[in-house]
Write a protein that binds this ligand. Structure first.
Ligand SMILES: [Fe+2]
Length: 400
């Protein structure tokens, strides 16, 4: 075992609670922290469900006031954040509880921190900015296993009326408590489970092979890969399976605990313009990119290549290199699709390659790509693989 290279490991979330039925722990938090004003920011899907009433009861039974805000069911834009900020500013909570997918958690994250950092939402974006802390307790409960926003230091918000994605990053913006309750993810339909789960898998794989990966992050990421390879197809095929849901939820959190330090790689670099320019769902975009990206990276993975392949294959019951295992998993989740069905024109693919190369995730990709390399990867994504090894598709692009 070689001595570690210098590294930096970041972790901001102070408590992670995991249990089926962990929603009840909100009552304990209200009691032990003596919380008086609970603001629930909840995914619109859960707005009129039992979840909201349970939180209300847990708050009011412990003498706390309760108010609820449900942002629209879409990726947040600056107006969404502004509306949430107004709600929070008016209610003056001492606890902000976000329950939902990445969009809801990101909305609450940015809106809450803007309370202590007055200013324009768009102008406050940027990775190099550290926000002043807000005194309220911030709790996140994810309802999908995907973004890891419950522990990540980042948030993404669209600039309203444009294709521009604003990125925020601050340890002071991050949830202090993450509550993982697999029962909340039981209602996610299979297509959402598959896409969100593939986002989590892409986080785990890209963080494991990142140039900033370290002995602190490797245990998180390889464990996340193993759990997702084994349990994501089960959660997809058996939506009511609480154990499978829990494994995926835990894996998505583990991966995000790592990517706070490692950043991501070329798959996310390609997924970003696919989302911004063509509105391809983030998980679907990652599923399009990850097999070809992993095949491209293979020669630079060193000792990690076989470890990654073993983790993917032991979980999925597949054999072969890492890229082929990822491709098989993608097929089981009905995500073996081709880019051509979403992005047909050559100049649009060129724009994706050019935008991807400018991404902040490129420097941490294990193999440094040229523009021609990215073009080749994007070209290899054009058709479904249908059993073809991703490395072969990379060498023989669509139409070739
Ligand atoms: Fe992602």
């Amino acid at each position: 075992m070689t001595a570690p290279e210098p590294f930096l490991f970041r972790h901001s979330t102070r408590q992670i609670v995991y249990a089926a039925g962990a929603l009840v722990s909100i009552g304990e938090l209200v009691q032990t922290r003596r919380l008086r004003r609970i603001a629930l920011v909840v995914d619109g899907f859960f707005r009129d469900t039992e979840v909201r009433e349970r939180v209300r009861n847990l708050a009011e039974r412990n003498g706390a006031a309760f108010a609820v805000h449900a942002p629209p069911n879409q990726e947040p834009d600056t107006n969404t954040v502004e509306a949430c900020r107004e709600f929070l500013a008016e209610f003056e909570p001492d606890c902000v509880l976000a329950i939902g997918g990445g969009s809801t958690m990101d909305t609450a994250k940015v809106a809450r921190i803007m309370l202590s950092n007055p200013g324009d939402v768009a102008e406050s974006a940027g990775f190099d900015r550290e926000f002043l802390p807000h005194p309220s307790l911030f709790v996140c409960m994810p309802t999908t296993a995907g973004t890891g926003s419950e522990v990540s230091e980042m948030a993404v918000v669209s600039l309203v009326g444009s294709d521009i994605k604003l990125r925020y990053r601050s340890q002071n913006m991050t949830a202090e408590v993450a509550v993982l309750d697999p029962e909340l993810s039981l209602s996610a339909p299979p297509s959402v489970t598959a896409a969100c789960g593939f986002d989590a898998l892409t986080h785990a794989v890209e963080a494991f092979v990142s140039r900033l990966a370290s002995p602190m992050t490797d245990p998180y990421t390889i464990d996340a890969v193993r759990r997702l390879a084994r349990w994501l197809p089960v959660a997809y095929e058996e939506p009511e399976n609480v154990d499978a849901r829990g494994q995926c939820l835990l894996a998505s959190t583990l991966a995000a605990c790592a990517f706070n330090s490692t950043q991501l790689g070329l798959a996310h670099a390609i997924a970003a313009p696919l989302g911004a320019l063509h509105h391809v769902a983030h998980g679907v975009a990652n599923a399009l990119a990850l097999p070809a990206v992993t095949a491209f990276n293979e020669s630079c993975l060193g000792e990690k290549g076989p470890v990654l392949a073993e983790a993917l294959s032991s979980g999925a019951g597949e054999t072969g290199d890492a890229a082929s295992c990822i491709a098989s998993l993608r097929e089981r989740l009905s995500l073996d699709r081709g880019l051509d069905e979403m992005v047909g024109a050559e100049e649009e693919r060129e724009a994706i390659a050019v935008a991807a190369l400018k991404s902040g995730n490129i420097p941490t990709n294990p193999r440094k790509p040229t523009l021609d390399d990215v073009r080749a990867v994007v070209s290899a994504m054009r058709e479904p693989l249908q059993g073809m090894p991703p490395a072969e598709r990379l060498l023989r692009p669509a139409g070739g």
